[in-house]
Design a protein around this ligand. Structure first.
Ligand SMILES: [Zn+2]
Length: 415
């Protein structure tokens, strides 16, 4: 395809994805909660409902603003050939093609980060603060940023160097070679996330002996899931929002509970939340999810290999000659509709898995405490209890609250 047509195609794809995203968000925010469903009566009143709506509307408007800014800038960058201009400028400074590409991505990374900091700051210290979620101090915010950069340079820069070296020396076959590298990396991160990365940002302490710990261990033994690595992290350092997760496989498995979760729930509710997580392991969701992600990366890399040496792609985004980094930028934009479709597939699978894990918790422990925990979590985070079905279909990795409750409590979903 000629360069000019690729350029138009990029602009069209960019515009359509923007309109698609924003239309779904609009449908979702316009949907009202007509009444408080019976199952939530003890948790939500009219006032709380209004506060949730206000929080969601604020986030919707803010999201509309940030994405409009980012869409407009990207559109102009392609239209006026800005990426090609950066490429030409850097070519005056370096000769080595790998170094050139690394510098190019560094410039783009610094530029986009500098643009996003004010928005991110406003989100944390104005919006989240106003609704009582933000617990991050300015110092934590700054040190998080610095550690984030350090990790981006180390991990992002490292992987990028491997990718660029393979492309430059191995030609088109780079895609399956880098696929192996990234698969190994994904498994590695999953195994060592709690040991290596998490401690950089949070303090992990083993869960102290007591009612909660013995209840967890007793339950875990009853389902044949030996468990002694239970940690508490100081999530309250940043946000009042709560969470729990597992990481690792086999003997390296660890459970991590946010201190905020422990504060907000009874021991039975916490065991039920863990029972749900154990359900994901028992039903092989964790390993299958890993395989699905690895396959997704493979597809992405294969399609990238079809564009990577295309001169017209480079010209389309403003380059004066073929450049691998320009092609990678062009590719990520062209790929976005495919990744939306893949994402929808992953979300369908994930929502099915969530129901199965809920079912596992209900069968091996109890449905009621899990239902109570979900209600508290949802109400405390002011989340939407009546999302638009199309929005759910595209964006939700978890089924909406009322659908989960209806299965856990054997009632009809209201609305
Ligand atoms: Zn789950």
């Amino acid at each position: 395809m000629e360069a000019i047509w690729i350029k138009y195609l990029l602009l069209v794809v960019l515009t359509i994805s923007f309109i698609f995203d924003k239309s779904l968000s609009y449908l979702n925010i316009k949907r009202d909660v007509p009444f408080v469903p019976d199952t939530l009566k003890e948790y939500v009143d009219r006032k709380k409902l209004l506060k949730s709506k206000e929080y969601q509307t604020t986030n919707y408007r803010f999201g509309l603003l940030t994405s409009t800014v980012s869409f407009t800038l990207t559109f102009c960058f392609i239209y006026f050939g800005f990426f090609g201009w950066v490429d030409d400028w850097l070519r005056n400074l370096v000769d080595n093609p790998i170094l050139l590409s690394l510098l190019f991505f560094a410039v783009i990374f610094i530029g986009s980060d500098a643009l996003s900091i004010p928005f991110d700051y406003y989100q944390t210290f104005r919006i989240e603060e106003k609704y009582g979620f933000n617990k991050t101090s300015k110092n934590t915010y700054i040190s998080d940023k610095i550690k984030g950069y350090f990790l981006s340079i180390l991990i992002g820069g490292g992987l990028l160097t491997v990718l660029l070296t393979l492309i430059n020396y191995m030609g088109k076959g780079f895609w399956w070679q880098f696929w192996l590298v990234s698969a190994a990396f994904m498994v590695f991160v999953n195994l060592f996330y709690t040991a290596l990365i998490l401690p950089l940002f949070n303090k992990l302490t083993p869960l102290e002996d007591g009612e909660l710990k013995s209840k967890i261990i007793e339950y875990a033994q009853s389902v044949g899931f030996p468990l002694d690595n239970i940690f508490v992290i100081d999530g309250s350092k940043r946000s009042s929002k709560a969470n729990a997760f597992f990481s690792g496989f086999g003997k390296r498995k660890k459970v991590v509970l946010y201190d905020t979760l422990i504060d907000q729930h009874t021991p039975d509710e916490l065991v039920a939340v863990l029972a749900h997580e154990i359900g994901h392991y028992k039903k092989k969701h964790v390993i299958l999810g890993m395989i699905a992600s690895i396959l997704q990366v493979g597809i992405l890399l294969y399609i990238l290999s079809l564009f990577i040496f295309s001169e017209n792609m480079s010209l389309a985004i403003g380059g004066s000659q073929m450049a691998i980094h320009l092609n990678i930028i062009g590719f990520t934009m062209l790929f976005s509709p495919i990744s939306t479709v893949l994402g929808i597939g992953m979300n369908i699978l994930s929502r099915k898995n969530e129901f199965e894990a809920d079912e596992f918790a209900k069968m091996t422990f109890a449905g009621k405490p899990l239902a109570e925990a979900l209600k508290t979590l949802s109400v405390n985070t002011l989340s939407n209890i009546n999302p638009h079905p199309w929005y759910v279909f595209v964006n939700y990795s978890h089924p909406p609250l009322l659908e989960r409750l209806s299965k856990l409590e054997d009632t009809d979903p209201t609305f």
